[in-house]
Write a protein that binds this ligand. Structure first.
Ligand SMILES: [Zn+2]
Length: 323
């Protein structure tokens, strides 16, 4: 009997599902926007319902489902399968997500982990990290995070949420407040969702920009910043420069902490960067970050900045790899 695995990648903006066959090929997919206003029970009820639908549609019985892997952008107590808190989906907090899903799915095996951990395992086994004993996987997207592979194993830390370096504080008590509860963490300066807040604050303070026009008077997001950047908008350029600066310093801080020389980047911001029109500061996020990194790095040993290879499926494959 063919054995299947289901991977669920809960992101700050969307939740994606993949059904993987025994050869790790994705044979069915599903995705929907993540509803940030949802309480945790309802949020996971929807996930359970979608998993059941995927099982029905692909004629998968409980007996030929190895299990469900779920990656969440959260602080996770791994052993217990409990979500402590989630910066981008603040309602997902203090919730026993694994036990809840297992019950809703009638005893199907569920493994829940931080999404960056899941993706790091996938990139290490199947993607850009093949052959590296130690690596840092760094998603830069709505949020900013990292996951640490040491000696070919994921390092989870004492409580399970190692690698939450997006909340490493750069400027104590200074800056926009992050979902982590602090001001001035890395994420508060340069994540996709936070940079839009900076731009909004600058505009509210009276600075001129065409970003609101691209947003059509609605909520500003990264796409509008990208469009304004390509139109030569000064605030959009400042926003991009700010992101590069803090992302570059963040990677340098990680390097001096771990002395791990392989960084693998994934996430939506890389895609946005590719659409920025001029080179030097736009075009290639990795190069731009590496310039800042190199400016601070006083050692000559090689350090590799690589792009994740598993594409948009890294989260789903990673979640499935947890099993
Ligand atoms: Zn934070």
């Amino acid at each position: 009997m063919e054995q299947y695995t289901i991977g669920v990648d809960v992101g700050g903006t969307k939740t994606a599902y993949g059904v993987l066959d025994g050869g790790k090929n994705i044979v069915a997919r599903l995705s929907h926007p993540s509803d940030a206003s949802c309480p945790p029970g309802a949020f996971f009820d929807r996930i359970a319902a979608n998993i059941r639908d995927l099982m029905d549609a692909n004629r998968i019985q409980k007996e030929n489902l190895r299990g469900v892997g779920v990656g969440v952008p959260s602080f996770v107590l791994f052993e217990e399968g409990r979500i402590l808190k989630t910066s981008n989906l603040t309602n997902l907090r203090d919730f026993p997500a694994r036990a809840y899903l297992e019950e809703k799915l009638g005893g199907v095996r569920v493994i829940l982990d931080n999404d960056a951990h899941a993706a790091a395992i996938a990139e290490h086994r199947l993607g850009a990290g093949r052959g590296f004993d130690n690596l840092l996987y760094c998603p830069v997207s709505t949020g900013v995070s990292s996951a640490i592979i040491i000696g070919n194993r994921i390092f989870r830390g004492s409580y399970g949420w190692s690698g939450e370096s997006g909340h490493m504080i750069m400027t104590p008590d200074d800056g926009v407040e992050c979902g982590c509860g602090n001001r001035g963490c890395v994420m508060s300066w340069c994540s996709g969702s936070m940079i839009a807040k900076h731009v909004k604050n600058w505009i509210d303070a009276g600075e001129k920009s065409c970003i609101p026009e691209f947003a059509g008077g609605g909520e500003i997001n990264c796409l509008h910043i990208e469009q304004a950047y390509n139109a030569g908008d000064v605030l959009a350029r400042r926003a991009v420069a700010q992101m590069i600066k803090y992302l570059g310093v963040w990677t340098y801080n990680l390097y001096v902490t771990f002395n791990i020389n392989c960084f693998i980047f994934g996430g939506g911001l890389l895609k946005m960067w590719r659409n920025l029109e001029d080179n030097g500061k736009g075009g290639n996020l990795l190069e731009s970050m590496k310039e800042v990194f190199d400016r601070h790095n006083k050692n000559s040993m090689p350090v590799y900045f690589k792009e994740a290879e598993l594409g948009d499926d890294f989260g789903v494959i990673g979640a499935a790899e947890l099993l």
